[in-house]
Design a binder for this molecule. Structure first.
Ligand code: NAD
Length: 228
């Protein structure tokens, strides 16, 4: 899609804000209300939402429930995405144990590792399986109406490419990569009903965030600048 990454990031925040408003029984919200809670300008809110359609009425604002439902639908978050975690060390365990990581939109359905002392352990009702079982497991899930869409990659950097390869070979098309390694996506092909394509990778790195923050701490002139 042609939605800028920065816009997508902010729209995910607007959805969270809309959920908070709905929980507080707020039915109408202006772009100013959304902007204040999302930490952006009202102009930015209106501009970002134009990528998703025409919403809201001048002078009245947005109907919270309608805007939330429409954004969720367009973001593909009105359905459940099945998730597997590959690499059940410290980080894999932390994510698998985090209650908010598995809810309506994302559901952990399988946990995988290679270490004999890790395989077989149980985390929140799921037994950690050997990575060699990933292909058959995904195929078994695909046999039901649901399939495995996303993989969280929490293995050491030197094993990231091989583990990503296992995910792609099993048919998992989206990888959230936590390992500090650049995945070579041209080698990570997944078959889809319409042919082969490269897997989609999103990288998460809290240490990179710390490094940016350290730079900004050098002085007030070095604060983050708004990207457009
Ligand atoms: P860890 O050593 O505790 O756990 C790694 C696990 O991966 C081990 O259980 C190991 O047996 C397993 N593993 C190794 N190769 C595998 C393979 N091919 N298939 C399946 N499992 C395999 O490491 P950790 O502290 O949990 O960190 C995991 C990764 O996350 C590291 O790459 C680390 O650098 C990274 N990390 C990222 C962030 C972030 O913000 N992105 C934060 C912390 C750690």
């Amino acid at each position: 899609s042609d939605i800028p990454t920065a816009t997508l990031g902010r729209v995910v925040t607007y959805v969270r804000v809309l959920e908070e408003l709905e929980a507080q029984n707020v039915q109408q919200a202006s772009s100013g209300d959304l902007a204040r809670r999302a930490g952006v300008t009202p102009f930015q809110v209106r501009k970002d939402l134009t990528y998703f359609g025409r919403f809201g009425t001048r002078g009245i604002g947005y109907t919270v429930a309608v805007l939330r439902r429409e954004l969720l639908r367009k973001l593909g978050l009105d359905q459940t995405w099945n998730v597997v975690i590959v690499g059940m060390g410290r980080l894999g365990h932390a994510i698998a144990n985090y209650p908010g990581a598995s809810d309506y939109q994302f559901r952990n359905v399988g946990l995988f590792d290679v270490a004999p002392d890790v395989v077989g352990r149980e985390v929140r009702g799921l037994t950690i399986q050997h990575i060699g079982q990933l292909g058959p497991f995904v195929a078994s899930v695909a046999g039901t109406p649901r399939q495995v869409d996303l993989g969280l990659l929490t293995v050491p950097a030197e094993h990231a490419q091989a583990a990503a390869q296992a995910l792609a070979a099993a048919g998992v098309g989206g990888i959230l990569n936590f390992a500090p390694a650049v995945l070579q996506t041209q080698d990570l092909l997944v078959s889809t009903p319409t042919g082969e394509r490269e897997v989609t990778v999103e990288n998460v790195d809290f240490l990179a965030g710390m490094k940016r923050l350290a730079f900004y701490m050098l002085g007030p002139q070095a604060g983050p600048t708004e990207e457009t």
